[in-house]
Design a protein around this ligand. Sequence first.
Ligand code: NAD
Length: 254
Amino acid sequence: MHAIEHDREKLEQAAGRLSRSERTIVSTGSGISRESGIPTFRGEDGLWQNHRPEELASREGFLSNPGLVWRWYRERLGTARAKQPNPGHRAIARLEPLIPNFLLITQNIDNLHRRAGSKEIVELHGNIERYRCFEYSHPAEEDPQWGDEPPRCHCGSIIRPDVVWFGEPLPEAEIECAFRESARCDTFLVVGTSGMVQPAALLPQVARNAGALLIEVNETPSEITPIVDIFLQGKAGETLPPLVDRIEELVSRG
Ligand code: NAD
């Protein structure tokens, strides 16, 4: 069989399954935002002023150089706000009302899924639009002033982005919900994640152990690919729209 026919057949299989799914999870990583122009961490554009993300996105990194980390987030927020959701984000938003019991679990902090119209979202790693007190975690009420150094909280501590850094635990309610729902779904679609960041990378395994069918969309094989049932190789923004078009057709036929 030719590669193109093979790909078409896999897309058809995935669409058929998703159109009949009773409980679906879509789980996304930074790959889905790549086509909006937001760099992934592990791609070639993943460095910032010669610093690795692991150095900047950590408590230690923030404590040793708060200004540097603050300026990195200022730039990332500016980038996220200036970019638009792409056809991949929009296809996921279109999928949500088509099938019952849909949940999106994202590792992304860029807010693009919400801006694309997705509603049921678990944000595992926080959101770059939110800020909180470094010491006591109370939420910062307004947009902080984006100077070169983090502003002070009213308690005297400093303000930090409300995102999960390397080495930090994930927010309890979100991770609890993600594991519970992954263990209950019948179809799990994972998009644009390398599968190297835990515990998010465990979710497809949890779904599989519970008997779900796994579908993956990624430009290149990932750590998750060996356990998926259907691997759709390609860019999210090119693969998801025809997939969701086909699901729409199948659902409307009943
Ligand atoms: P990663 O950088 O480890 O992996 C990105 C994955 O996306 C790779 O497997 C790559 O092959 C794939 N990919 C790249 N372009 C793609 C495309 N157009 N279509 C489909 N797949 C594509 O990212 P990760 O697994 O999400 O883990 C990194 C961590 O970094 C996460 O915790 C996340 O919170 C954080 N992060 C978030 C953002 C964001 O909010 N947009 C950006 C960078 C990093």
